[in-house]
Design a protein around this ligand. Structure first.
Ligand SMILES: [Zn+2]
Length: 189
């Protein structure tokens, strides 16, 4: 018999009909009990029934204050446009590209005069969601741990390391200005 609480998908064997009856979202076929839906197994010992409690895997949704990982799509005047790829710590990606934006006033702690010195197209950034119910989703990178966590050289495409005031290409040694996160190069990208 399948253990209590186990996650099953349609067609998985749950037990034998000599011992149990098919309960909710389960069915019997030739002496076996099968799961009809994806969900977790629940056994009712009193009625000797095996049930499946349906569980649909719903795509994650961006909420206020979530820390998200995104890529800079473009920097236009006062706005850095971001493709939000995922919520930090959640394995599943976001369905169909959620668009976000960092306004120049929220790019870093302190005054920013030129947003193109903070971000560049293709950078991977860590940001916090200020307002999820906006189109685009409003983001901030005004904290030491937020900002660019991965950048590539605009000249040769090489990987870059943090450097004073920005990043430096490992290959051609070019330096570029960026809002570098203290989490740069540390993980989940
Ligand atoms: Zn380079």
């Amino acid at each position: 018999m399948t253990e209590e609480g186990k996650f099953v998908t349609p067609g998985d064997t749950l037990g034998f009909s000599e011992e149990f009856m098919p309960g909710d979202w389960a069915y019997e076929e030739e002496g076996n009990i099968y799961a009809a839906v994806s969900g977790t197994v629940e056994t009712d010992m009193e009625d000797r029934k095996i049930n499946v409690v349906p569980k649909v895997s719903t795509p994650p949704e961006v909420k206020d204050n979530d820390i998200v990982i995104g890529s800079i799509w473009d920097v236009k005047g006062q706005l850095a446009i971001v493709n939000i790829l995922k919520i930090k710590g959640v394995d599943r990606g976001l369905p169909g590209g959620v668009r976000g934006a960092v306004h120049i006033s929220k790019a870093r702690e302190g005054y920013v005069s030129d947003l193109s010195r903070e971000f560049s197209g293709g950078d991977i950034i860590l940001a916090r969601v200020v307002e999820a119910h906006r189109e685009p989703v409003e983001l901030t990178t005004a904290a030491p741990e937020l900002g660019v966590i991965k950048a590539n050289c605009s000249r040769c495409g090489g990987a870059m390391n943090p450097d004073k005031n920005g990043v430096k290409c490992k290959e051609c040694k070019r330096t570029e200005s960026r809002n570098v996160s203290t989490e740069y190069g540390k993980g989940e990208v």
